[in-house]
Write a protein of this length. Structure first.
Lengths: 254, 447
């Protein structure tokens, strides 16, 4: 193999989505749509954990809601035979994320854990990442939001409160991941054990439809779950290589 | 080419008069445009800075709005001036010489207004300099993969190039005016003319450098609008990620820019009394250019619809359906009427050589082109992949005010320009005229 070929193959290896397999973690979530009841507990849990502002009725009517995770509802058929489908939609932490290439100041980037990270301090608010995101899961701070007392007492001290003009989105509760890593280090372990860390939505899910973990670890729950034959990615044709895997709902005929 | 019976001396007289003699109408227009700038641009922008982008009508799926539409519009308007001037210079078109200075000024000021629109658009404009690569203590570089970052580079380069181009071409004229003015104006022109004496060496170097810059500017101008189009085309948004977008934007930019030149020419001719310098010939030629551009633009629009239809993907269908027949459908058909059908009138030479109809058409075209930019943003983003996240976008009062205010800002800048820069190129207009016959008494000191 010539030098150029070596270089090219190395480059391709580096650019391949999923090269995070070479690192310790590749955080992944699976959502079993068969178990999901659409209760919305994950939405509330996320709101409480991540200091997401409550925008109020007026702003909600203008379409400026802030939900890092939302339950999308899709109706099928007309009234007597109507069927309701839901799908929780959150940042897919794509390995080939369109939002990361467009940010002019690199405020959003991919970290070594395969997370699509957002640096609030670096964000200048061009909002182009929200345009480029095919899943529409990036939320913009149109105002400086306020938490009327006593709500300000329950703000999570581990999470930044974002100011106006900044984009925000699901982080897979990166503060919890950091804490788990610190704890593992204190215990003299190299890696976080499976199940040691859970984002707020996974922890809250009553029907245990969501599983979170490290897909580099072939013994983990999430690895088994994502290799289920029902597994699929939303908008696979956009080729974003998401880290959130959905398990298809089983249709029962008759 | 100006009227053939005008003397060299009269050209100087006319242009110097336009700089020195200021009528009441000028001051009233200037006052109005400054007032509009402050009440419609500065005021609402301050409000928006204070309270956040929420003052504008943008919402969750449609995070881009009229600010970006205005940005593309102003960048587009900026296109024709310097590009047209450079192309016509390289092709030795004589008729360019009476109009290119004001066309280039139009470029310069619309780029400045466009840069302001970026500042208005972003959420935290006080950090916008982070998009520029400069050595800093944070050791952070901008993201070189980002089309927005290309944009910053392309626009600053284009603006710098345009400033140098217009300034260099004006140096001999500054010198001519320097010799005819007194007081503070004289001192200003002494500085601006950089000690121009009009020697052969100086003329030689000027022509060489001017042609060099013209060659440099042409690819630059094409690249700027291609890059602006990549802001959209590099996304995966249905109806935006189209390969036709770069030529589409470049053609659209030259189209609206040429229409802008027609408007500016009319106003200059009427109010600066340049009737014998800017003639029917200029309007005729610009009209032909407009016709060609309108046909190209129409063709590209058809291609855009065709590729959307041919893709046979449901999201493309939905986006096109929303654009053509949705809430903003009437605006789409208005755009077709204004930019594709109305310009067909230009086929008639009588139309091209009559001034008022040309003025009306040029304004109509630019209204249509603004609509086009608005529709690109406001009809694509509300209809993306996931139907649950579909939304609707209507501009707020603050946005509309800032849009109006940007026109006020442009007018203010232009009005200041016509009093400082000789708005007709003295030396180049003279090149197009026959040698004047020497008369013993007529000597006004043309350089």
């Amino acid at each position: 193999m010539s030098f150029i070929d070596t270089l090219r193959s190395r480059w391709q290896e580096y650019r391949r989505p999923g090269y995070y397999e070479n690192f310790d973690y590749a955080w992944t979530m699976t959502i079993d749509l068969d178990s999901c009841t659409g209760c919305g507990a994950c939405v509330t849990a996320c709101q409480a954990e991540n200091n997401i502002p409550l925008v109020g009725e007026e702003e909600l009517a203008r379409g400026r809601e802030m939900h890092w995770i939302r339950i999308e509802r899709y109706w099928e058929g007309e009234f007597p035979n109507a069927k309701l489908n839901f799908i929780p939609m959150l940042c897919q932490h794509c390995d080939a994320a369109p939002c990361e290439t467009v940010c002019p100041v690199s405020a959003t980037y991919h970290n070594q854990d395969g997370l699509n990270a957002q640096v609030y301090n670096r964000c200048v608010g061009t909002r182009s990442c929200a345009v480029y995101c095919p899943y529409e899961v990036r939320y913009f701070n149109y105002y400086n939001h306020e938490w009327p007392s006593p709500l300000d007492q329950q703000l999570n001290p581990d999470v930044t409160v974002r100011e106006k003009g900044v984009m925000e989105k699901c982080t897979f509760c990166i503060q919890r991941i950091r804490q788990a890593k610190d704890a593992a280090k204190d215990d003299g372990r190299r890696r976080v054990l499976d199940g040691e860390v859970q984002p707020a939505c996974v922890q809250t899910c009553a029907s245990q439809a969501m599983v979170f973990g490290n897909r580099n670890d072939s013994q983990s729950e999430v690895f088994k779950s994502m290799n289920d034959p029902r597994a699929y990615h939303v908008l696979e044709e956009v080729n974003t290589a998401p880290s959130v895997v959905y398990l298809k709902k089983v249709e029962v005929n008759g | 080419m100006a009227n053939q019976d005008i003397s060299f001396a009269q050209i100087n007289d006319d242009v110097v008069r336009s700089l020195v003699v200021t009528g009441r109408k000028y001051y009233i227009t200037l006052a109005i445009s400054i007032l509009v700038t402050f009440t419609c641009f500065v005021g609402p922008w301050f409000y928006q800075l204070r309270y956040g982008i929420g003052a504008a009508g943008m919402n969750h799926p449609t995070v881009w709005g009229t600010y970006l539409a205005s940005f593309i519009f102003w960048i587009g308007l900026s296109h024709s001036g310097t590009l047209l001037s450079a192309v016509l210079h390289l092709t030795n078109s004589e008729w360019r010489k009476a109009m290119y200075r004001s066309a280039e000024a139009m470029t310069l000021f619309s780029v400045m207004v466009a840069a302001m629109m970026v500042m208005v658009h972003v959420g935290r404009p006080w950090f916008v300099h982070w998009a520029v690569p400069y050595p800093n203590q944070m050791e952070m570089w901008p993201n070189f993969r980002s089309p927005l970052m290309f944009d910053v580079m392309a626009i600053t380069t284009y603006m710098t190039g345009s400033i140098i181009f217009i300034y260099m071409g004006t140096i001999p004229d500054f010198a001519a005016v320097r010799d005819r003015t007194t007081g503070w104006r004289h001192h200003m022109y002494v500085l601006l003319s950089l000690g121009w004496r009009g020697t052969d060496t100086e003329w030689n170097r000027l022509h060489w450098a001017y042609t060099f810059l013209a060659v440099l500017i042409v690819p630059l101008a094409v690249s700027v609008h291609s890059i602006v189009s990549w802001d959209f085309a590099l996304s995966v948004v249905p109806a935006l990620h189209q390969t036709i977008f770069a030529p589409y934007f470049v053609v659209g930019a030259i189209y609206s820019g040429t229409a802008g030149i027609v408007t500016v020419m009319f106003v200059l001719r009427k109010y600066m009394k340049f009737e014998h310098l800017i003639t029917k010939l200029h309007f005729d030629n610009l009209g032909k250019l407009l016709l060609v551009m309108s046909l190209l633009w129409t063709y590209i629009n058809m291609v855009e619809l065709f590729t959307g239809w041919y893709s046979e993907s449901s999201e493309e269908y939905e986006a096109l359906n929303f654009r053509l027949f949705g809430f903003y459908g009437p605006l789409y058909w208005e755009m077709i009427l204004f930019c594709a059908l109305a310009p067909l009138l230009l086929i008639s030479k009588r139309f091209r050589t009559s001034f008022v109809p040309m003025l009306i058409l040029s304004i109509v075209i630019n209204i249509g082109m603004y609509t086009e930019r608005f529709l690109i943003v406001a009809t694509s983003l509300p209809r993306q992949y996931l139907p649950d996240a579909w939304g609707m976008y209507v501009p707020s009062l603050v946005e509309i005010a800032i849009m109006v205010g940007s026109f006020g800002m442009f007018t203010t800048l232009f009005l200041v320009f016509v009093k400082i820069f000789p708005s007709i190129s003295l030396y180049e207009v003279k090149e197009t005229l026959p040698e004047p016959q020497p008369k013993p008494q007529a000597d006004s000191g043309a350089p």
